[in-house]
Structures are given as structure tokens and as C-alpha cells.
Design a protein around this ligand. Sequence first.
Ligand SMILES: Nc1ncnc2c1ncn2[C@@H]1O[C@H](COP(=O)(O)OP(=O)(O)OP(=O)(O)O)[C@@H](O)[C@H]1O
Length: 266
Amino acid sequence: MTAIETTDLTKQYGSTTAVADLDLSVPDGVVYGFLGPNGAGKTTTMRMLTSLTRPSSGSARIAGVPVDDRQRLIERVGYLPEEPPLYTELTAREQLTYVAGLRDLPEDETSRRIEELLDRLDLADDADRRIDAYSKGMRQKTAFVQSLLHDPDVLFLDEPTSGLDPRAARTIREMIDDLAAEGTTVFLSTHILPVVDEHADTVGVLYDGELVAEGPPGDLKRQADAGAGDDTGGAGERTLEDVFLEVTSEDPAADEATVEGATDVR
Ligand SMILES: Nc1ncnc2c1ncn2[C@@H]1O[C@H](COP(=O)(O)OP(=O)(O)OP(=O)(O)O)[C@@H](O)[C@H]1O
């Protein structure tokens, strides 16, 4: 089944079009890297796909469930937003147990899962301390565990490694790969392009609310190479950053170079 399917998905805030006629089709079990400059509409898209914001028009389904069917949707999706909701007067263990209870997850199995995840993220020793005494990274780890506790079909991650030390960041990246290998679709929004380059099967670039490029990272880089008419280096000389800068540029010359590469979906 298609994990994420959107048709003409649009969100208006007054006269601002945050997301315009977005068509996405993301299969099960892939890592989809979702890129775009500040204000491009990434958060708005993820909020629509997790039923936190209602689309102005168009439609979207997650694992076959329409996004306006909130009851069924919340079982299928996990979301790690940029500013995760945590009850800071609770400990991490209490917070996670509380959320598991709200979701009616089986107790024994879930408590085993919580311990496993806390351990993997090196948070087990601090799990009985209150969250208000946590560092930013410790909060981020707690929120990450919270987003996947119910084993969602589709996991939306907004800057998941934000504030994490290199070891923890690597653990999260490994977990993203593991989740995808087990069939979870990971929708990964980040400005850290090497992470997307390494882990994403497909990349989508949003610019001014529109999807301006989409494809496997290797293809995008090769096509940008060809589009630039650059014969000084072979394929692979271009980085994802080069692709990003080209497809999100106001400069028509740069745009033209990319359109020639046939990657551009405008
Ligand atoms: N609640 C809101 N009310 C009015 N405008 C909004 C609201 N939320 C977002 N916008 C506008 O929608 C556009 C897209 O914002 P969004 O937060 O989705 O961007 P983003 O790609 O997530 O950016 P960033 O990388 O900075 O997080 C921006 O112009 C923003 O000002």
C-alpha cells in the first residue's frame, strides 16, 4: 500500500499559500527526505498529514486512511515536531508510560519496548529524573521514543537529531534505517543534507509551497551535473547542497540549468 498519498494538497493562511497543490506518492518502507528553505511549507505539510491542521483543499491519505479521519489516523502516524510536547513535571519513564496509556497500548509489551528504546538511546539511567531537569538532547530523545512507541506505519520526523551529540545522532540515524527496513515509512524533514543524502531513498524539495524536485539523491545529483553542462567532473561531483541551492534559487539561470536536468517537477 502507498504510505503517503496526497492530491492537490493545499493550505492557505489568509493570503499566504503555505502549501500549493502538493502531489506526493510515497511507498511503504522508504525514507523520504523532505527538504526546503525556511518557510517553504514543510511543517505545514507535516501538520496536515498528521491531522494537526486541516487542509484548505485537496486530499491526503496515510496508509489508506484519509487525514480527516483523526481517530484512525493517530494510530497509523507518529510525529516528532520541532518543539515536542512533553509534560516537564513528569520523568521520561512516566511520560512514555502515560502516552502509552492514552494510546491503549498493551502494558507489558510496551513497557519492554520503552526500556529497550531508552537503553538504545542511552537514556535509561536518567529515565526517572524529571524532564524539566533534562538537557535539550535528553528531551529530544524522550520525544523521539514517544513518536514511535505505538509502532506507526508512517513516522514524521522534523529535525530528529537537533541538539543531539554525535553518538546519539548516529543512533537515531541507525534507527531510521532499521525502521525503514522493518517496513515503517520515515518522512524526514531536515536541513542537514548529508543525512538525507546518506539515508533517504527519495528526496522531495519544497519551495514556496511547491514541490520543485523529487527523486533518489543520486539521480538528482547526476541530473544537476548534466543540467549544469559541467564537463570538469564526472557524475557525483555535485552534492545535494548544490541541487538544493539550484532548485530553490530565484535566479533564472540557475533554474534553467536544473530544468535541463529533467529532475524539476515544476
Ligand atoms: N499558523 C500560521 N498562521 C499563518 N501563517 C503560517 C502559519 N503557519 C505557517 N505559516 C506560514 O506558512 C508558510 C510555511 O511555513 P512552514 O512553517 O510550514 O515552513 P517550514 O518549511 O516548516 O519552515 P522552517 O524550515 O523554517 O521550519 C510561511 O510563510 C509561514 O509564515
